[in-house]
Design a protein around this ligand. Structure first.
Ligand code: GDP
Length: 207
């Protein structure tokens, strides 16, 4: 069953674990380096042009934003990494918050790691992919802006990235500007929530 992404609504923003909504149901988190195309991907999958802001200021990027897909399912926008203009201390603080969120959030069923298809698997991306594989939560890699490559190079890039991913990760190409990949993304995210084979959320994280 496909989740109804087009009726997604903004729920709340949080800058501490306590401010996050109750840790119930299922949620999946979009993360990625700044400029990877994360906001565009969220707006595209929800078919709502302004849900996630595509122009960001350092202050706003510190917040984790929660969106309600259904009363039991949330889409989470994690702050972008690598924002050059942010002071070092601020960067440390928000890394700590994201780290806490990832470790302690029981309802987190998977992460969507957003990468520009022309610059995939940078250090941050590798860290997230391997963390997800070790902890047993879902991991789906989105290679965005695939319209920037011709089909041959696009497929080559997809195969190269797949080869480097752990077996438990999945990967696809996406273009929010050329309407490529929305159904595949919805299928994967819906599968995380409805697939009875999905490991119990948070089960491997505290051992
Ligand atoms: P974020 O920082 O990861 O949230 O990235 P944004 O969603 O703000 O996108 C960064 C830049 O890439 C913006 O200028 C977008 O217009 C552009 N962009 C995002 N997705 C696509 C895409 O699928 N195709 C193309 N050509 N440009 C894109």
């Amino acid at each position: 069953m496909s989740l109804p992404f087009n009726t997604t609504q903004f729920l709340t923003s949080a800058s501490t674990l306590k401010q996050c909504p109750p840790d119930q149901g299922s949620e999946f988190a979009f993360c990625g380096r700044s400029n990877a195309g994360k906001s565009s991907a969220i707006n595209y999958v929800t078919r709502q042009g302004k849900l996630a802001r595509t122009s960001k200021t350092p202050g706003r990027t510190q917040l984790i934003n929660f969106f309600e897909v259904t009363p039991d399912v949330r889409l989470v926008d994690l702050p972008g990494f690598g924002y050059a203009k942010v002071p070092e201390k601020m960067r440390e603080e928000w890394h700590r918050f994201i780290d806490q969120y990832l470790r302690h959030r029981d309802s987190l069923v998977g992460v969507v790691v957003v990468m520009d298809i022309r610059h995939p698997l940078r250090e941050f991306d590798q860290g997230m992919v391997h963390w997800a594989a070790e902890t047993g939560i879902g991991c789906h890699v989105l290679l965005t802006k695939c319209d920037k490559l011709k089909p041959g190079r696009r497929n080559q890039a997809l195969m190269d990235v797949k080869r480097q991913l752990p077996d438990s990760s999945t990967c696809q190409v996406l273009s929010s500007t050329h309407d490529i990949g929305r159904d595949a993304l919805i299928d994967t995210l819906s599968g995380w929530v409805t697939d009875p084979g999905t490991p119990e959320p948070g089960s491997a994280r505290r051992v």
